[in-house]
Design a protein around this ligand. Structure first.
Ligand code: NAD
Ligand code: TYD
Length: 343
């Protein structure tokens, strides 16, 4: 069936990877990308698809009803059934600790505005892209499952949990057709360099210190962004209405192990590692049980860390100008506030 996919936050890290993937593997679909172009959104991420006839960009804010309406009007011009993949969010934990309100405004209020419009315009499938962080923190053992109780700890993860519950309510109360995905930490091209992996690559390339929070023994499960995007498409096309799907990479690494691995890969010395003050309320460990999406929808990651880490490193090494541009102005102010020194 003719399909038009509204992507929110498509100029950000995962959203832009998703738009590129759709244009590549679902070329018959139309794509409408609505993005407010905050500090984290770069239209430049989508230069390669800007001229496609089946792609349209709406510079708009999901908190604003009129902007969301513009996205739907644009989608209706394309015709066919309309599906929504919702990435737009304030996404960085450290920023949410500095200031929580923008997280509630976009992640909670923006999601409700989008849900209301999506119901009104009879969207046939809505995928809400959430995070494993809504489950809180694990000790040394165990994994997050879809039935693990929500216990978010940061303003970021709490606002994401709030949005998950609003999606759940739309399904339960209004019979709306939505799924929720909860993924672990992503890495890959176009990730804003406030996040740990691109931050360490950017700093190391200039022989600047790499800030490691606390004892560096915090554990994250790393998944290549293309795998995440394929999992989201799989849920969009095959997921059961109202269901939650965990998405993970089976690739747990302590932060310090990750830094050492990256430094080795790029031939930089471990002396760049600098232990700094810990993140307040820092979640100790995230680990995903992704058995459900594998058993029910047939998805599992295609990329190993050994293959995708070098791909990612090479991308950042060849995108120095992109890195310079996104690290300008506002980012430098943020970096100074967060780390007490210049980026
Ligand atoms: P990102 O910060 O790189 O991109 C967010 C995008 O949303 C940006 O383009 C920004 O301009 C846009 N945006 C922000 N506020 C908006 C608003 N009010 N209206 C319209 N657009 C707005 O984020 P990301 O890392 O690509 O994450 C995308 C989604 O995936 C988020 O919902 C996040 O919670 C989730 N997620 C991320 C990860 C990860 O490792 N990065 C892991 C699991 C889940
Ligand atoms: P991050 O990329 O911010 O993702 P999240 O907090 O959503 O998991 O951080 C990944 C891990 O790296 C997390 O344990 C915090 C840690 N970290 C540092 O040690 N130093 C840093 O400068 C940053 C940004 C993160």
């Amino acid at each position: 069936m003719k399909t038009t996919c509204i992507v929110t936050g498509g100029a950000g890290f995962i959203g832009s990877n998703f738009v590129h993937m759709l244009c590549e593997i679902r070329p018959e679909w139309n794509v409408v990308n609505i993005d407010a172009l905050t500090y984290a959104g770069n239209r430049e991420n989508l230069t390669a698809v800007e001229k496609n006839k089946n792609y349209s960009f709406v510079h708009g804010d999901i908190r604003k009803h009129a902007d969301v309406e513009t996205a739907f009007t644009t989608a209706k011009k394309f015709g066919g059934r309309i599906v929504v993949v919702h990435f737009a969010a304030e996404s960085h934990v450290d920023r949410s600790i500095q200031s929580g309100l923008p997280f509630v405004e976009t992640n909670v209020v923006g999601t409700q505005v989008l849900l209301d419009a999506s119901r009104q315009h009879e969207v046939t499938r809505f995928v809400h892209v959430s995070t494993d962080e809504v489950y809180g923190s694990l000790g040394d053992k165990g994994f997050f499952r879809e039935d693990t109780p929500l216990a978010p700890n940061s303003p970021y993860s709490s606002s994401k949990a709030g949005s998950d519950l609003l999606v759940r309510a739309a399904v339960h109360t209004h019979g709306f057709d939505a799924c929720i995905t909860r993924c672990s930490n992503n890495y890959g091209p176009y990730q804003f360099p406030e996040k740990f992996l691109p931050l360490m690559l950017a700093n190391a390339s200039e022989d600047k210190p790499i800030p490691v929070y606390g004892d560096g023994l915090y554990v994250r499960d790393w998944l290549y962004v293309r795998d995440h995007c394929e999992a989201i498409l799989c849920v969009l096309e095959k997921g059961a209405k109202g269901d939650v799907y965990n998405i993970g990479g089976n690739n747990e690494l302590a932060n310090i192990t990750l830094v050492k691995r990256v430094l080795k890969e790029i031939g930089k010395p471990e002396s760049l590692i600098t232990y700094v003050k810990d993140r307040p309320g820092h979640d100790r460990r995230y680990a995903i049980d992704a058995a459900k999406i594998k058993a029910e929808l047939g998805w599992s990651p295609r990329f190993t860390f050994d293959d995708a880490l070098p791909l990612t490193i090479r991308w950042y090494q060849t995108q120095k100008e992109w890195l310079q541009r996104v690290r300008s102005g506002a980012y430098r102010e943020y970096y100074g506030r967060q780390y007490g020194s210049g980026a």
